[in-house]
Every structure is written in structure tokens, then in C-alpha cells.
Design a protein around this ligand. Sequence first.
Ligand SMILES: NCc1[nH]cc(CCC(=O)O)c1CC(=O)O
Length: 312
Amino acid sequence: MNTAISPDSEIVIATRESRLALWQAEHVQARLQALGHSVRLLGMTTKGDQILDRSLSKVGGKGLFVKELEVALEEGRADIAVHSLKDVPMELPEGFVLACVMEREDPRDAFVSPNYAALDFLPQGATVGTSSLRRQVLLQAQRPDLRIAPLRGNLDTRLRKLDEGHYDAIVLAAAGLKRLGLEERIRCAFEADEMLPAAGQGALGIEVRADRADLIAALAPLAHEPTWLGVAAERAVSRSMGGSCSMPLAAHGIWQGDELFLRAAWGDLEGQLALVQVDEHATVTTLAEAEALGEAVAQQLRASGARMGLSS
Ligand SMILES: NCc1[nH]cc(CCC(=O)O)c1CC(=O)O
């Protein structure tokens, strides 16, 4: 079977229309064009975008951002979809695969505030905006006095709400801010021991239909193996914990040579904000080894008292 993509065929990227989604799609477009492909974007407004200001977990979760792009792939209106891996459900639907994971941008969380240079400078009882349960638990583990207030919307919306004075500070992924040229908004970045990133944070994944061997071959040069193996381990922790965006779970891998050091944290929002943290490392050279490391970490989390979420 000839699996090469024919030189005169165009690759169509299905993309959401937020500034960040468009940046990411255009980034992949440029990479593919540099390899000689012709590439067009197909912009779509997903259900997830339409209800951004309501609680996503109540209406079907982050998968809503992904699903309508998958329908476009299914119907052949588009060939590939570019995702922030953090937003991609742990199990893709039957018939879809991640063709590649690209090199990671800064995985850290960023402290953003007009008046305060870092978390330590926030006055007692200050209000911090985030709707991420992971960020909430990790913030309150350090500063139980803080008031955590919901903050939804795309990056520009969140920054506008901060500038309007609704919060003393907000926490956002550094990667999104950097991609949009908003790096100067970062007052300081949290190191992993202060706020452990979410599985996949800062990494982009490209989704295709599993039967598109031509596209999988065309996308292979965009893959970044260390990132791919690292996020595979992180995502295996979430999958094994039955993780969804409604579970306060962090998982982050760091390379030292060919050893992957994987740390995960789970927080208890209902109890006393107990935080369970686990570290494990292994030599990792295959996706199967990465996933085994992630599952071992999830098992240790459970052994230390972390409770599983409902799989969604
Ligand atoms: N949850 C929303 C989301 N999904 C991906 C990013 C951008 C960073 C990334 O690629 O991980 C963000 C914004 C944020 O968390 O502040």
C-alpha cells in the first residue's frame, strides 16, 4: 500500500477559533508547509466555546472542545486536528489516534497580577482566580487563607477579568501566554515543587483518523520523542486514576538522561485539603514503558489515600 500523501493534495486542519487555538493550528501549518505540504485551516466554533462561561464539567467536560473537530475529521471535511494535550480526554474515541506529540513549550503555571510580584506577596485573604481544581488545591496547600474565585473563558477573557479588578491575581499556563506574545504578563512562574503542572500541559498533540496512514507518515517529522514519552507517562497517571477535569490531579515528568522522573499529586477538596504526592522514576525508551511508569505512580497515589474519580 502506498501510504505517502500525494504531493498535490492539501492538508486541512480543523481548529477552534480562539486566538490560542489559531496560533497552534498556524504553527502546525507552518511546520508542514516547511516540509513542502500545502495546508489550509478550517475554523470551527465548538460547543465548548459557546458555553465557556458555564461550568464545563456540568455539561460534558473538556471533551466538548475536541468532539466537533473529530466530527469534521470523520466526515472528511478536515484531515487533522491540533490540540493542547491538556484538554484531550485520556481515551480517544474509537477510530482516532494521536499521530504525534510536538515539542513542549514551558509546562509551568504562571502567577499573573497587576499589583503583586509573587504568591508570597499577596495579602491575607486575597482573591485568586482559577477554575482549575488542581490549581485551587495546590494554591490552598500553600496559602489556606486565599479566597479562590471561579475564572473561565479564553486567555484574553481571563486577562480582561483580572484587569477589571475582579481578582488580586490569577494563575494561567505559561505556555499559552508565551505563544500569544503575552509573556510580559507573567510576574513569576511556579516551579514544579510549588505548583505541579497538569498532565500534558504545554504540549501539542495532533489527532487524525486511525485509518489515515498517509497523514501519520506526513506528521512523523513533527514528533518530539522526549515530550511524547513524558506526556504519555503523565496521561497514564490520569487515565489510571479515572481522571477528568473535575479531579484535582497533577502529573509531570522531567528527564535526566534516559530516566524519566515522574511526580504526581492529588488533593482532597472535601476533606482537609490533604495533598498526596508520589515520585517514581524509570528508564523509559518506549511508550509502553512510559505508560507503565504512569500506572505505577497512580497505584502509589491510591495506596497513599488518593481516591479514583468516575471515568467519563
Ligand atoms: N485549560 C485551558 C488551557 N488548555 C491549554 C492551555 C494553554 C497551555 C497548554 O497548552 O497547556 C490552557 C490555558 C490555561 O490553562 O491557562
